[in-house]
Design a protein around this ligand. Structure first.
Ligand code: HEM
Length: 580
């Protein structure tokens, strides 16, 4: 119906899948390397491989998919084309150019004769320093996403003028709330790159305050995980019920969930810094409390999505307490893939709770447990849902049926098995204290104390799991390439059914984005003003001795600190009493 938009969606998906291919190649190299199964690169190149894997997977693969999916969802749900397709191609072009520059700067790390290195990992905070091209590319990429958001907001406003009294369609609501969160979150990383890291890398300033750049990174680094997750949520809420033969159970609940993410996703970033010196324990405690609230939208999602799928199964004749599970389209890769992804997400939620607890975090901090955790969340809940979603959406935006559903089904199941092996063994090695981000964790003369299984046995599980994942990626991409050669068929576009409880049941206030932005910003100020002031005061705006907060602000910060101290004391006492 909208061929220009479909072209953009296809281009974004193809960029995403190209990144997935590169990411998977580096993924298998590092898996076989660190498990000592096959070392085809020198260990000194390990960080280059790891940076490439991280950046291509979680910045390029996920975000290009997101912009494609959101373009599809917005045009579909508003039933109107984007305002100006030239602007659309501009942001796509900026994103593609930015990622190419960043990619070149990373890959140059393999060529000794080129004096360029960006082995800074996908977290890229100081003290690791990259070539300026790395930061410049990322900046261009992020500016591209900002223009994409503006493109969608402008199109929505044009629709609003034509439909002043209608509720925001659910998929558009999801796009707008997610982008609101993205603007708030990415402002900090933009500040970190433009004010500190890029000038430092260019040699304009000699030093930075590492705690400050880390804190600004994690201000962005936690909400970004929801930025990856929201496309999966969109597919689970709006597409999965349809594939299951049913309808979404509750539109209002879906809106509540997206609003909760706008509010809660940012004031939690300090939970990534539990072991950072220079941030007071009280601030970490507040961050942990906020983090635990984030379980709520995920539990609501589990309930709503499972209820919608069950509704579909029962409509198709399913009965019994669990008997309805047999009345679901398990042969369809788009269905099975999303269901398996959701199952893994639940497991990832449990291991995430361990990460989030301030005390048990010390047990697993910076161990292989952490990659074990996020390969369940972003690496499966998100990645597998994106692949499964592609099996459903690609025919509609290209008019070509999927080459082979059987290969698709095999591929999604293979991903699940591979990830179950790899991630389980990563968690187990983490508990033994095996560090992450290490080329050769089998230090000579040192044995990991094994409580169950053996270190070597776990290595083999990781290597087999990683290999299955790589094969699964190749099957996914191969199936898609073959699909592109299929003859064109019309009539593949599928409508989405309206929810059981529709938008009219949702309180009007949910659509008041200004209100949610206001509350979200207030929470951000409450969570971050004092820690950032303290970090600058102690470590200097540009490192030790260079810049503290301005003199005029001192009384204000002191007053706030004085007011907060008894409050934090009371919280600590209360939690102590609870524990006793
Ligand atoms: C890290 C393997 C897919 C995101 C790792 C590590 C391994 C690995 C072994 C740990 C390296 C270390 O800490 O030393 C694989 C394999 C994959 C795969 C074999 C499948 C082909 C994915 C996917 C994503 C992802 C789909 C996300 C969409 C990451 C990230 C890191 C990582 C962000 C951390 C990088 C860092 O610590 O800087 N991967 N992975 N991976 N992986 Fe994957």
């Amino acid at each position: 119906k909208f061929p220009d938009e479909a072209r953009v969606v296809r281009a974004a998906f193809m960029s995403s899948f190209f990144a997935l291919l590169l990411g998977a190649i580096f993924g298998i190299i590092q898996t076989l390397h660190r498990t000592d199964v096959a070392r085809i690169i020198p260990s000194t190149d390990y960080y280059t491989v790891l940076t490439a894997h991280g950046v291509f997977m979680v910045i390029s693969f996920t975000i290009f998919f997101l912009v494609g999916l959101f373009t599809w969802a917005l045009t579909r749900s508003l039933d109107r084309p984007l305002l100006n397709i030239k602007i659309t191609w501009t942001w796509y072009g900026l994103m593609a150019a930015g990622m190419t520059l960043t990619g070149i700067s990373i890959l140059a790390g393999f060529v000794d004769s080129i004096d360029m290195s960006a082995d800074v990992l996908y977290t890229f905070y100081a003290p690791l320093q990259a070539h300026p091209l790395f930061y410049a590319g990322l900046t261009v990429f992020i500016v591209g996403t900002w223009i994409a958001g503006a493109d969608w907001f402008r199109t929505f406003l044009a629709w609003r003028r034509e439909h002043p009294d209608e509720r925001i369609p659910l998929q558009t609501f999801m796009v707008l709330t997610t982008m609101t969160m993205w603007y708030i979150a990415s402002s900090a990383v933009a500040a970190s790159v433009l004010l500190f890291l890029l000038p430092w890398s260019l040699g304009f300033i000699d030093q930075v305050n590492p705690t400050l750049t880390r804190t600004l990174f994690w201000f962005f680094g936690h909400p970004v995980v929801y930025f990856w997750l929201m496309p999966a949520y969109m597919l689970w809420y709006t597409v999965l019920p349809k594939i299951a033969g049913g309808r979404l159970f509750s539109d209002p609940l879906a809106r509540v969930v997206f609003v909760l993410f706008v509010l809660l996703s940012t004031p939690v970033g300090i939970h990534h810094q539990y072991l950072d010196p220079g941030i007071a324990e009280g601030f970490k405690f507040i961050s942990m409390t906020n983090t635990m609230f984030l379980l709520l939208p995920s539990l609501l999602t589990a309930f709503t999505v499972v209820a919608s799928v069950e509704y579909g199964a029962r409509k198709n004749g399913g009965t019994g307490l669990l008997g309805w599970l047999t009345n679901l389209p398990w042969r369809k890769p788009e269905f099975t893939g999303m269901m398996l992804a959701g199952l893994m997400f639940a497991a990832g939620g449990f291991s995430g709770m361990v990460n989030a607890g301030m005390n048990i975090n010390y047990l697993i901090h910076n161990t292989l447990w952490v990659p074990g955790h996020f390969h369940l969340t972003v690496g499966t809940a998100v990645a597998l849902t994106m692949m499964a979603g592609t099996y459903w959406i690609w025919p509609q935006i290209s008019n070509k049926p999927i080459f082979s559903s059987q290969i698709g089904l095999f591929q999604v199941v293979l991903w699940f098995i591979g990830m179950a092996l790899m991630s389980n063994a990563m968690h187990a090695q983490g508990l033994l204290g095996v560090p992450r981000r290490t080329a050769e964790p089998e230090y000579s003369g040192f044995d990991y104390p094994t409580m169950f299984g053996g270190f070597e046995e776990l290595n083999i599980q990781i290597a087999i799991g990683g290999t299955l994942l790589f094969v699964s990626t190749v099957l996914f991409l191969g199936n898609l390439v073959l699909t592109m050669g299929n003859p064109t068929v019309s009539g593949l576009a599928e409508p989405l059914p309206s929810p059981v409880s529709g938008a009219e049941d949702a309180p009007q206030v949910l659509d008041n984005l200004r209100l949610w932005v206001g509350i979200a910003l207030t929470l951000v100020v409450l969570a971050y003003a004092l820690p950032i002031a303290a970090i600058i005061n102690r470590g200097g705006l540009l490192g030790p001795g260079v810049g503290t907060y301005p003199v005029w602000a001192a009384p204000l910060f002191d007053a706030l600190t004085n007011a907060a101290t008894p409050l934090l004391g009371a919280i600590t006492d209360a939690s102590g009493a609870l524990v006793e």
